[in-house]
Design a protein around this ligand. Sequence first.
Ligand code: ZN
Length: 291
Amino acid sequence: MSDYLLKSICYDGQIRVFTIDATETVAEAQRRHDTWSASSAALGRTMVGALLLGVMVKGDEKVTVKVEGNGPTGHIIADSNGRGTVKGYIANPKVSLPLNENGKIDVRGAVGTEGTLTVTKDLGLKEPFAGQVPLISGELAEDFTYYMATSEQTPSAFGLSVLVDKDESIKAAGGFMIQVMPGATDETITAIEKAIAEIPMVSRLMEDGETPEEILNRLVSGGEPKILEKMPIAFECDCSKERFAGAIVSLGKKEIDDMITEDQGAEAVCHFCGNHYNFSVEELEELKTNA
Ligand code: ZN
């Protein structure tokens, strides 16, 4: 089954809810980066959060989430857009920790509790929008929630969840975002808070076969949810040999000469997807003429 995200409104437009199954998307990132459990969960949660923010911008407009904590994973970057695709990077993919006191992957221990979460939106304007908050949890869902409240003045709640199998493969990944719109009644907010407190881990529900539609119903069953859009979600990297060629040209003639004489070629690796691009001596000579 392919990944998708549902956009919906409920409680007569007082609440906006997105639910997402990103299992294949996070699984692809896990395979490409060969991440271990705690790194997989930290990277996967960041990617799901970035997707939930990304689908709020238009088409090719971009949203970049950067988590810089003091934990062993180092920094994490997820790049998404209005088309529902995402790519992700984690500085240390090989972090695996004992389960926390709730029997779950210790994402806080992996990410750290001191640091920042930064969201940059490239909306095609002169200057990108950037908002930054300190990490308040390190579990990431609370940090995205805090970002929305502080930087975007939007009360919301995030659920971000990744389930990892014993062989490090991804069993399930997904989440939700609930936004409280202006004019929401106390009664509605109380009902939502109760549903959020009661919902089991989304990735466990997905492992049991629950769909984003069913998770939506768990969250807002009393609010007559209306689905506005069903959007396919996928891992996608926009790197290319041309882009790396441009980066090599910008290094200058001297650097390129070194690659030719010392290495008899060059190999570039994309940090986001792991694709390798090889440049022969002939190709480097050609690039040198443009440098
Ligand atoms: Zn790439």
